[in-house]
Design a protein around this ligand. Structure first.
Ligand SMILES: NS(=O)(=O)c1ccc(NCc2ccco2)c([N+](=O)[O-])c1
Ligand SMILES: [Zn+2]
Length: 266
């Protein structure tokens, strides 16, 4: 019925869940989908992998918003103002936005799973390759997008830098709410170690394009259970609709097929 009606309403597919996405986005059953399980037995240490570097301008931060699927911070990407480079990347990639994935409780919520370990959440910093004319063009290219993924682990000594983002949550409780979010350099959220895994994959939500060079950091950042609860206090509905908690906005792991996962560390 749904496929017949040619429903292209993204939100409907979010409602139906990840197993239905392929009906309108066949690539969701592709050979380079994300997230995946990262297991030591499948990982290949690549000593030619370079370290990655982020040089972000705090002035590029613009707004924070609840789009009904996640909490997103948007940056000015009209020039090479905040960029990621090195690692597996052929050049600089422009920071466009960051967002989170989280569960309904602290024991799950990340998208990537490492040696069977699910983290409470996962932070994604999305960058696009400026060799393409714009973001939407980059989304259609195999080397168009780079996402830096950082796991959120619940612990007793949370990273104070997370506070700034979570303080804004009250201003964007419902879908469509947006608030100014300026003077913020997301690299303050990075863990000490820059060790990473990298592989080629996709967006983890529809349209699931296979355009992403994933850079997944080995070291999680520590957040408190209260901070995770703060993320879970967001709603996926608009202000005047019945309340639907915004939780479990993660996609299950997808088949790795013949993809190599490379590690920058032994
Ligand atoms: N979890 S993720 O980093 O793969 C991800 C998924 C969807 C979207 N947005 C929806 C989308 C998909 C294709 C074009 O716009 C974004 N994003 O826009 O940064 C990121
Ligand atoms: Zn994401």
């Amino acid at each position: 019925y749904l496929a017949g009606r040619g429903f292209h309403d993204l939100s409907l597919y979010f409602f139906l869940g990840p197993d239905h996405w392929y009906k309108n986005y066949p690539i969701a059953k592709g050979r380079r989908q994300s997230p995946i399980e990262i297991n030591n037995k499948d990982v290949h240490y690549d000593r030619s992998l370079l370290p990655w570097f982020a040089s972000y301008d705090p002035g590029a931060a613009k707004t924070i918003l609840n789009n009904g699927k996640t909490c997103r911070v948007v940056f000015d990407d009209s020039f090479d103002r905040s960029v990621l480079r090195g690692g597996p990347l052929p050049g600089v990639y422009r920071l466009r936005q960051l967002h989170f994935h989280w569960g309904s409780s602290d024991d799950h919520g990340s998208e990537h799973v490492v040696n069977g370990v699910r983290y409470a959440g996962e932070l994604h910093l999305l960058h696009w390759n400026p060799k393409y004319s714009n973001y939407l063009d980059a989304v259609r290219r195999a080397d168009g997008i780079a996402v830096l993924a950082i796991f959120l682990q619940v612990g007793k000594t949370p990273k104070p830098e997370m506070k700034r983002i979570l303080e804004e949550i009250n201003a964007i409780k419902t879908k469509g709410k947006e608030a100014p979010f300026t003077n913020f350099d997301p690299s303050i959220l990075f863990p000490k170690s820059h060790d990473y895994w990298t592989y080629h994959g996709s967006f983890t939500t529809p349209p699931c394009e296979e355009c992403i060079t994933w850079i997944v950091l080995r070291e999680p950042i520590i957040v408190s259970s209260d901070q995770m609860a703060k993320l879970r206090s967001l709603s996926k509905n608009a202000e005047n609709e019945p309340n639907l908690p915004l939780v479990d906005n993660w996609r299950p792991t997808q088949p790795r097929y013949f993809r190599m996962v490379s590690a920058s560390f032994l």
